[in-house]
Design a protein around this ligand. Sequence first.
Ligand code: DGL
Length: 326
Amino acid sequence: MPRIHVVATGGTIAGAQAVPGGHGYAAGAFTVDALLAAVPDLAGIAHVSAEQLVNIGSQDMNDRVWLTLARRLEQLAASDDVDGIVVTHGTDTMEETAWFAHLTVRTTKPLVFVGSMRPATALGADGPANLRDAVALAADPAASGRGVLVVLNDTIHGARDAYKLHASRVDAFRSPERGPLGRFEGGRPCFTLPPLAAGQGSFPLGDAQALPLVFILYAHASMGRELIDAALAAGAAGLVIAGVGNGNMTDPALDALQEAAARGVAVVRSTRLPEGAVLRNGEVDDDARGFIAAREFKPGKARVLLQLALLSSRDPKALQEVFDQA
Ligand code: DGL
């Protein structure tokens, strides 16, 4: 029987409504033991052990928890008593944490993130079924060597490409650029794409005690330099721009960012759109302005990649290579 270890961090999967049937609820109301108890047939799938790392809504996820979680996952992955790992997590920032884990945790063992869109007390709660699928996936040898995976709503996504694209529906997660890696059929994982584990563990944390400060700025009509200047005053090592269209923005914003790049701040152009890649030197002359193009990575994931890349280089050419190869 495969030995699967569950690391719980909170989220709606552990959430409880204030009033039965009510809209309001609190994430992280239940511990991991309660989550497992809600899935009766787990014992037939794997021998499951569990721990509660934190119990927070993932909107409160932060660098400190990321560093602790990544190091704990490395430890578990290195254990001969663990065949696969599941992380239960809120869906609001799951796409960032799973991507951070993919980039920092070196293992070929299955490492699966799972959450839910409805609280555990809701009619039609999706958490128990998602958790069951996550354990079944982590217990499946076919999930080895595929990088960090994200499972919700009978669908298997890669951490590189998974995004939450709806605020409330149970099918909120999509992989718009490359599509999902697979699905569940009759309760069994079925992969429909070859392994895409590129870059897993390519940014080992070493003894890093903090991550570089990187802000995301949202572009819009009439965008000025005020928030760019404020981010620089706050000590930003990097800025990710959620640009309009193909990573564009107003001239005042471009000029302020070019000044920042000239001072050694890493400037990455992404897009506020849910789909499409931002490539170098479209309407913005990245070569002349010293910017980096985010390619397929939307702002939340681009920020994670830039934070990790800045641990070893601030050279725009080296940073562009990181985005080109990720
Ligand atoms: N509080 C949000 C979170 O923990 C709820 C979203 C969810 O988990 O589905 O991400």
